[in-house]
Design a protein around this ligand. Structure first.
Ligand code: NI
Length: 168
């Protein structure tokens, strides 16, 4: 296993639209294992392949206290979303240190494959539902700061560009 490099906003590669996984092979399973390790190391609750510059529809999530119940979602599809929506605070491993409110469906049903090609449908609510929607946005090239006002988004963009220039 290996730790993967996480792209940092406003890296343009974060806006790539991921392609569906076609082969459930050892290469895919290695990617999932690396993503899981990278998510735990970074202390995140979710990671999309887009964030490690792999543009395939692969997500790993773990919202458990124990950090030992990773859920793998490959080619995920939301089959139902509640009409009830709620604004909650979100953060992102690609936008470190920034937390802000985003409105999401309170509950969703998602159909996805695991890394062995087994399909399953799960119902999620609360933090897990939010996390699924956040990670699936990544697969469409969308970062949560795009839900914020242009003023806030530009402020965040400027801050990160400046920090990256200073690091370079
Ligand atoms: Ni994120």
């Amino acid at each position: 296993m290996a730790l993967l490099n996480i792209l940092c906003y406003p890296d343009p590669r974060l806006h790539t639209v991921a392609k569906p996984v076609a082969q459930f092979d050892d290469k895919l399973r290695a990617l999932v294992a690396d993503m899981r390790e990278t998510m735990y190391e970074a202390q995140g609750i979710g990671l999309a392949a887009t964030q490690v510059n792999v543009h395939q529809r692969v997500v790993v999530i773990d919202t458990s206290e124990e950090r030992n119940q990773a859920t793998v979602l490959i080619n995920p599809e939301i089959t139902w979303a509640s009409d009830e929506r709620m604004k909650g605070e979100e953060g992102c491993l690609s936008v470190p240190g920034i937390y802000d409110g985003v409105e999401r469906a309170v509950a969703v049903k998602v159909k996805a494959f695991d890394e062995h090609g087994q399909v399953r449908e799960m119902e999620a609510e609360g933090i897990l539902a939010v996390c699924i929607q956040h990670e699936m946005d990544h697969l469409l090239g969308k970062v949560f700061v795009e839900y914020l006002s242009p003023l806030k988004r530009n402020r965040i963009k400027t801050k990160f560009l400046k920090a990256q220039r200073e690091d370079a």
